[in-house]
Write a protein that binds this ligand. Structure first.
Ligand code: AQP
Length: 344
């Protein structure tokens, strides 16, 4: 058994408009987990190009996600922050996993169906293969835990299926090489907190998303205080006052979403939020939510801006992080090659 701390891996796509959903669903967990885990946080630029990205914007967005990681409190000295394309093992292991994963498994992935929409024939092969690359990202580091938002749950299950199938298919070989019983650990998702699925401010049944054409649907980490307040003021709600209990939020998606956001930002339960605001209307609740959101996001926003003024520093963090990532990934991928039977 290894003596190392449990290892965490997760990624964020540099596709612009980093939002409150990314922050509460994933990045806040990244920060918490660094206390007692070895963490690897990846700016997944290879995932990003599964849909068209303007090259200059992509470069800018890679730096922006890196700045967001650091500004929210991830320590780049202690943890590893890097961009995916710098470590070739991601693509190499993804190819091996392409030959392990089954087409039937990928055909069940709901995110591909949602993102490809009706125009499936025109979607990139990369978009279809996205979950296999994600499995490679995680398993390349033998990660134990993966903090993600609710929308990534199915992809995590696929990662476990790929790990399991690889372990089974190559079991005799893994044993023969003395690499233990289970070469790849089955990583656990960490989907926790009151805001694992933050919804659009304009439609409580749709996920808050970077690619929503309406900027009013999301709060971006780059929004200033006035913009945040305006977006919350304009957020869609129903005419009823807030309920006294969490059960009362059922069938009220917009109210449930705003209460969940408040709870997550304040670090309290939804019950506690309703103890204070139950029976009160949105005219009372929205300004309180706007103040809290600004209070939490303003320092992050300011720090991101400061960091982005020094791209040399950010690029240095990514280069150093990639070197440390490679040091973990290369021996693992070297074992994969021996297991599979590749020469060299
Ligand atoms: N609305 C959300 N609520 C909670 N968590 C969310 N995440 C994304 N949206 C929400 C989590 O953020 C992490 C990084 O996401 P990503 O960059 O890999 O992209 P995504 O899941 O495709 O998210 P977006 O922002 O909605 O982009 P588009 O518009 O391209 O679909 C992940 O852990 C994700 O779960």
């Amino acid at each position: 058994m290894s003596e190392r701390k449990p290892r965490v891996f997760s990624g964020v796509q540099p596709t612009g408009n980093l939002h409150l959903g990314n922050y509460l669903g994933a990045i806040v967990r990244f920060v918490d987990l660094q206390q007692d885990h070895e963490c690897i946080y990846c700016v997944v630029d290879m995932h990003a190009i599964t849909v068209w990205q303007d090259p200059q914007e992509l470069t800018r967005n890679i730096r922006e996600v890196t700045a967001a990681f650091i500004a929210t409190g991830i320590d780049p000295q202690k943890q590893i922050i890097f961009n995916q394309s710098r470590v070739s093992g991601h693509a190499e292991l993804a190819w091996v996993f392409n030959c392990v994963a089954r087409i039937g498994w990928l055909n069940r992935m709901t995110q591909f169906k949602e993102k490809a929409g009706k125009n499936r024939e025109k979607a990139s092969v990369g978009l279809y293969d996205y979950p296999v690359l994600m499995a490679a990202d995680i398993l390349l580091y033998h990660a134990d835990k993966v903090p993600v938002g609710e929308d990534q749950k199915q992809h995590l299950e696929l990662t476990r299926d790929i790990a399991q199938k690889f372990n089974n298919d190559y079991a005799p070989r893994i044993r023969e090489l003395g690499l233990g019983e289970e070469f790849f650990p089955l990583p656990e998702p960490v989907i926790a907190g009151p805001a694992t699925r933050v919804m659009s401010l304009k439609d409580g049944t749709k996920k808050m998303s970077k690619s929503d054409p309406s900027d009013l649907s999301r709060i971006n980490l780059s929004d200033d205080a006035d913009t945040i307040a305006k977006k919350i003021r304009k957020a869609r709600t129903d005419p009823e006052p807030l309920p006294e209990t969490v059960e009362g939020l059922k069938d009220r998606p917009e109210a449930a979403n705003l209460v969940g956001i408040y709870a997550a930002l304040a670090g309290i339960s939804k019950e506690k939020v309703l103890e204070e605001f139950g029976g009160r209307g949105f005219a009372d609740f929205k300004p309180a939510l706007a103040d809290l959101t600004v209070e939490k996001l303003a320092p992050i926003n300011a720090e991101m801006k400061r960091l982005l003024e020094d791209p040399g520093y950010i690029d240095g963090v990514l280069a150093a992080g990639a070197e440390r990532a490679r040091a973990i990934a290369e021996p693992i991928y070297a074992d994969v090659k021996r297991i599979v039977g590749f020469l060299g």
